[in-house]
Write a new protein. Structure first.
Length: 593
């Protein structure tokens, strides 16, 4: 939807999101940059697309609607031919018994388009405003079942399966069956909310698996004869050498789907049966989630927020590979990214692109390591530094020196929990007094699968399960559930789990939640939808600094932190299980050591 500057000014005045002074400043900036006022409003985050559509709908006296693509039936959708619907960005989503047609548009001011559509379907229509992205998501319904379409394309190639044919230019051309197969694999992965695509050669077939909510799931088997052409096509997209099959290669490419941009980070690896390809999917169209949206609350949120107000020092995020450390850092850096702050990062690889942040990719062949990159970065006058990972003593020492000389430094470590990170730095030959004076906070985290809020099932645990919970979560005898109950009340106050009823009393567990074994349409019949973080945040208080200086063990530091009020990852997971975000089994799977 394109809104004129005059109308946009009226919308700003009506909505009250900007003062007269701000509106004047926005108009001046718009004139200076020669960009529409609407773009300035979006860029400065005074309104997002949904908010803008709602304000415009109210101004134009046209109802606003948020469509669910799954609710639109194909017989209604196809009343408007696909070509016309995509040309004018319109969706017919409902037809009443009396023949009234309900039509969503992203630009209802387009009179020419509206006249043309009404001639196609009839004049008895009610027009609604929807966002451009919402319309595009609904238009994907014209495609039908992507997996069925993929199987149809694959069936054409099943002849002579098992014979690895030579690759010709026709095989990997834009309109070839192989190109269609790759495009459909990418689309199906995006629609399945997968985080990774694994294409793995086996002796007689190619196995295609998606990682969905942290769990690998086989989605298809392709004939072995297309392996070379398939890998070559992906290499062309990622700008890799198609004739180099003896060594691993890394690349990247982007596609747009349903109005959203996705980046694919490609890695190839020679294996005994051919070349394995793994593609990490990164949605570049989504804004960074806030810390509460990631799952931070209570003590963890308080510790990290306090640390972020420090002018200098080091904040560490710890956990194994795939525990969401990069996502946490992305949210933190996006929050701190303001025009008056210089943020520089050195990463391997750069996963999330953040506008306005200076991001550097390591390149060991060219001598650009974490240590050399950090050394160069310190000469670039940064306020905030992010080092992708502290892997060795040299990088750790440079990061500590940067924190001592007035910089706020973020980094990650591969340790089991927050308390283990501090002795880990001692192992890297960092002086205890330097660790004590520079580290401001350490966050340990894991990811657990989030229950589908539409079909999750509530149940009352048996006495044996309550006893097992008391043992597995190391709850203290006599006060086990009074402490947990107080934490749950705090979580309820901070909207963890939404409107979920209380799961504990001061003496016992009242109810828990589990996945529906049959699932529903919203969760693709898995019972889970997405993931949520469980966290522990250790604040480097004076008693903990004394333990570090005295070469205290990680167990000593953990006991002291818990005594000061730190909520461990397991306890955080238990609270989220009580609030219906996840299950007890998921928490134990993620935190078991």
């Amino acid at each position: 939807m394109r809104i004129s500057d005059v109308t946009m000014e009226k919308l700003l005045e009506r909505s009250g999101v900007a003062t007269p002074e701000q509106i004047t400043a926005l108009k001046n900036e718009s004139a200076h940059s020669r960009r529409p006022l609407q773009d300035e409003v979006i860029q400065q985050k005074l309104m997002d697309d949904v908010g803008l559509a709602k304000v415009f709908a109210d101004y134009a006296k046209i109802p606003f609607i948020r469509l669910e693509p799954a609710d639109i039936t194909s017989d209604v959708l196809e009343k408007i031919p696909e070509r016309i619907a995509k040309q004018y960005n319109v969706v017919l989503f409902k037809i009443d018994a009396d023949g009234t047609m309900h039509l969503a548009m992203d630009d209802p001011d387009d009179v020419q388009a509206l006249d043309f559509i009404q001639k196609e379907i009839g004049g008895n229509t009610i027009v609604y405003v929807a966002t451009h992205e919402n319309i595009l998501a609904c238009l994907e319904n014209y495609r039908g079942d992507v997996n069925k379409e993929l199987n149809e394309v694959i069936d054409i190639q099943r002849e002579d399966a098992g014979v690895n044919q030579a690759v010709t230019e026709e095989d990997i051309a834009e309109d070839s069956p192989i190109a269609q197969t790759v495009n459909l694999l990418l689309e199906y992965a995006i629609k399945s909310d997968a985080s990774d695509i694994h294409i793995e050669p086996r002796e007689t077939f190619i196995q295609v698996r998606y990682r969905i909510d942290g769990v690998l799931k086989e989605v298809n088997q392709l004939p072995k004869n297309v392996m070379s052409a398939l890998v070559s096509r992906i290499k062309i997209l990622a700008n890799l050498k198609i004739d180099e099959r003896r060594v691993s290669q890394d690349g990247r490419f982007k596609i747009r789907l349903s109005g959203r941009q996705f980046a694919f980070r490609v890695s190839t690896l020679p294996v005994t049966d051919g070349e394995k390809v793994v593609m990490r999917i990164l949605n570049e169209s989504t804004d960074a989630l806030t810390l509460p949206q990631l799952g931070y609350w209570g003590r963890s949120l308080e510790v990290i927020n306090t640390a972020l107000t420090e002018p200098n020092g080091m904040i560490l995020i710890t956990g194994p590979t795939g525990s969401g450390k990069s996502t946490s850092l992305f949210s933190i850096l996006s929050r701190m990214n303001t025009p008056d702050v210089n943020i520089s990062t050195i990463e391997d690889p750069v996963e999330y692109k953040i506008p306005g942040v200076n991001q550097t990719q390591t390149n060991s062949k060219a001598g650009m390591t974490f240590a050399s990159g950090l050394r160069s970065m310190l000469r670039q006058d940064p306020n905030i530094i992010m080092v992708g990972e502290i892997r060795d003593g040299e990088t750790a020492n440079l990061a500590v020196q940067a924190a001592l000389t007035g910089h706020l430094v973020f980094s990650t470590l591969h340790t089991n929990n927050a308390a283990t990170s501090l002795p880990r730095l001692l192992d890297m030959k960092i002086e205890p007094f330097l660790i004590a004076s520079t580290v401001k906070a350490v966050v340990g985290q894991r990811l657990v699968r989030r229950l589908c809020m539409n079909c999750r099932q509530q149940y009352t645990p048996a006495a044996e399960e309550i006893t097992a919970i008391t043992h597995l979560f190391s709850l203290k005898e006599g006060q086990e559930f009074s402490h947990i109950h107080q934490l749950e009340l705090q979580a309820i106050e901070q909207k963890v789990g939404g409107e979920t009823p209380e799961g504990t009393s001061s003496t016992t567990v009242l109810s828990l939640w589990k996945a529906n074994p049959e699932g529903c349409e919203e969760c693709s019949h898995t019972g889970f939808r997405g993931r949520i973080g469980i966290y522990e945040a250790l604040s480097n208080t004076i008693p903990i600094q004394k333990l570090i200086a005295a070469n205290g063990t990680s167990n000593d530091i953990q006991v002291q932190a818990i005594a000061e009020g730190m909520v461990t990852m397991q306890t955080d997971g238990l609270i989220k299980a009580l609030r219906g975000n996840t299950t007890i089994d998921e928490v134990l799977r993620a935190t078991k050591e």
